[in-house]
Design a protein around this ligand. Sequence first.
Ligand SMILES: *Cc1c(COP(=O)(O)O)cnc(C)c1O
Length: 370
Amino acid sequence: MVDLRRQYLRLRPDIDRAISEVVGDAHFINGPQVRRFAESLESYLEVPHVVTCGNGTDALQIALMALDLRPGDEVIVPAFTYVAAAEVVALLGLIPVWVDVDPATFTINPSLVEGAISGKTKAIVAVHLFGQCADMEPLMRIANENGLYLIEDNAQSLGADYRFPDGHTRKAGTIGHIGTTSFFPSKPLACFGDGGALMTADDYWAERARMIASHGQKVKYHHQILGCNSRLDTLQAAVLEVKLPHLAEFNAARQAVAARYDEALRDDPRWIIPQRAGYSSHLYHQYTLRINDRQRDGLRDFLASKGIPSMIYYPLPMQKQEAFYGFARKGSTLDVADSLSETVLSLPIHTEMTDEEVLYIIDTIKRYEY
Ligand SMILES: *Cc1c(COP(=O)(O)O)cnc(C)c1O
């Protein structure tokens, strides 16, 4: 699905130099690379604060803790998504409330959010799924009108631009009250292990997030609030420092593959190609088809028999995950999430795909018969 090795080989001299510098200095925790990378990401995203942490799931947990959400508070979460947001909500004793997604973009459906708000609702988590932003303008309006926090889970869409109705754009993750991201090896900006970050324009939340990620302390051994231990390693920051200047090029490389898939696969009644929202760029973190007539698993097996991987992101919507049977409340009907989990199939897409690989995948898919 991704080729991490080829990307490394392409950037090898710079990455090896950065890694050996860290190893040589033996400054493994909070080396200067960590702060430098955070500052570079602040400039790239045009956001006042980036707070680094151990992974994207921690980033979401730290965001909820920074906002001081309390057990019993309700948090609206899309029903079709990666588990992390729902998981940390439930872990903190908050109540996830599922809201259905838009069938075209797979992101939370703003028109269903208001109906899910109760007296206990405190926050909305918008997930920018598969490389495309959730529709932030209506979500921010709903959040502001109802006194809610809006958190952006931007693990899959770092570098995407959201376009407001008046035409101005902002980077995904910098529009809501707090944004979070992950540098897991398959994500748009990827390190060589685990890593994550939060981003916010708010000085107070940034300081709280920084403290929470460091055992609730500002001054060593003076623990003012409850925190956790969540750090971006110096080694990972060094890798990310090398890769950040290439992020736009990485995203463009996937967009070029997606354009070729689109061209070859559009107007075929057997499936629906990924739809692009007018308000967002699409980075194609995943290239996800919807397959008609319950033939999804047949296509997946056929591709596998020809040596082509494909993945089902995600085979179960949140409301069907056993871990959440007891926790969640349904904020809307969840038919779209249900149907997507039965019809989606993601094709290989990454920054290093060759023409031959793309052509082979396209030719093979076209030969699929049912
Ligand atoms: C990967 C991912 C996360 C979690 O990131 P980790 O670094 O693996 O903890 C959270 N949300 C979404 C949407 C993701 O894709």
